[in-house]
Design a protein around this ligand. Structure first.
Ligand code: PLP
Length: 386
């Protein structure tokens, strides 16, 4: 087993009644999917986020795979997306035979640069998949206008954006489809979990079929057909009630969890601001109109060498900070779709970024240790201001 860090990067937590609800699920006599707690989670998110239909899934990856199938993609089709993202954003579409078209990111939010999307559109483009990095929204008004102008589907990879908002609208509720994650590293967790948000009502029935092994069992349960059968290609995308019960305990405490993350985030920003003012590091920005869920706090060092040294220095103090995505266009699988592609912002920013420890139970004293360590490092080692 790896050594235990004094301050880990992330730590799963109990926020309220998670364990009680799991026990309750057992007494209800139903641990497979779509029981009491799966429905309660879906309803809570539909109401709170203004989404016509939310279907819980075993992961955000599963939700992305469903979204890709619902976009009706096939070989030769192209999907525009950032390269600075998790593998699943791209692999979900590649599994359908489509090709990812990687677009560079903005230096302030590290989200897809909306000004570059139009140039990436060809007659084979079918969809745009945006990623709301760190829980901060992409420029969705502009992106939706481009998509509508070209007849493209929009999928939001809102894995990190649950309970984040853009001009009063919840992330995941804006595109045709949105995908959430409840993986233990995200804000609201159940170990492994996700949800598909369906904002185009015409996609609901097919989504239910794909999710339930390609059968029309949901219609059968509602009494709309007298037997259920195989009607489409699907998979097993229904999560267990145990996960949903845990998740409901977290979703009920959503505000408290967000408030705590906001406190931690603002303290990092406040304490590290003098270093930014001296040009020793760069802090994240949240644009006007975006309300963050404070999924993560990253800092940018002047160079990759300094970033790597800071990670090593923190590790020597038993503090676990981490870098983030290796750009997909440079990965063994992703580079096949983009031979020779150069995305300057993506390559540069990803090599200079670290994410600081951020979790619900991070104590003020432990956070201070992280802040002091970053400060010590910057003041003693960073001699080339940004
Ligand atoms: C975490 C994450 C995923 C994958 O979520 P899972 O629930 O682990 O499948 C996909 N996209 C992004 C941007 C993520 O951060």
């Amino acid at each position: 087993m790896a050594t235990v860090d004094k301050i880990p990067f992330n730590k799963p937590f109990i926020a309220g009644r998670e364990l009680f609800y799991i026990a309750q699920a057992v007494t209800f006599g139903n641990l497979s999917g779509d029981g009491h707690f799966t429905k309660k989670c879906a309803h809570l998110m539909q109401e709170r986020f203004g989404i016509p239909k939310v279907l819980l899934t075993p992961s955000c990856t599963a939700a992305l795979e469903m979204a890709a199938q619902l976009c009706d993609l096939g070989p030769g089709d192209e999907v525009i997306m950032p390269s600075y993202t998790f593998v699943s954003t791209a692999s979900a579409f590649v599994r359908m035979g489509a090709s990812p078209v990687f677009v560079d990111i903005r230096p302030d939010t590290l989200n897809i640069d909306e000004a570059l999307i139009e140039d990436a559109i060809t007659e084979r483009t079918r969809a745009i998949c945006v990623v709301h990095y760190a829980g901060v929204a992409c420029e969705m008004d502009r992106i939706m206008a481009i998509a509508r102008g070209h007849g493209l589907r929009v999928v939001e990879d809102a894995a990190q954006g649950v309970n984040s908002w853009y001009n009063g609208r919840a992330l995941g509720s804006i595109g045709d489809l949105g995908c959430y994650s409840f993986h233990e590293t995200k804000n609201y967790i159940c170990g492994e979990g996700g949800a598909l948000c369906i904002n185009d009502p015409q996609l609901i029935q097919r989504a239910e079929i794909i999710r339930d092994k390609g059968t029309n069992r949901q219609r059968f349960f509602r009494g709309e057909v007298d037997k259920y059968t195989w009607v489409d290609v699907g998979s097993s995308y229904v999560p267990s009630e145990i996960c949903s019960a845990f998740l409901y305990g977290q979703l009920e405490e959503m505000d408290r969890i967000s408030d705590r993350r906001q406190e931690i985030y603002l303290r990092y920003l406040q304490e590290l601001l003098p270093l930014q003012q001296q040009g020793l590091l760069q802090l994240p920005e949240i644009p006007e109109g975006c309300t963050s869920n404070y999924h993560l706090c990253f800092v940018l060092l002047p160079t990759q060498t300094l970033r790597d040294e800071l990670l090593e220095y923190l590790r020597s103090l038993s503090i676990r900070a981490v870098f983030h995505y290796v750009p997909l266009h440079n990965s063994p699988c992703g580079s096949q779709f983009a031979p020779g592609l150069h995305l300057p912002q993506t390559e540069q920013l990803s090599s200079r970024l670290i994410r600081l420890p951020m979790y619900y139970e991070l104590s003020a004293a432990d956070q201070q240790l992280v802040i002091d360590a970053v400060r010590n490092f910057c003041l003693s080692r960073v001699s080339v201001p940004i």
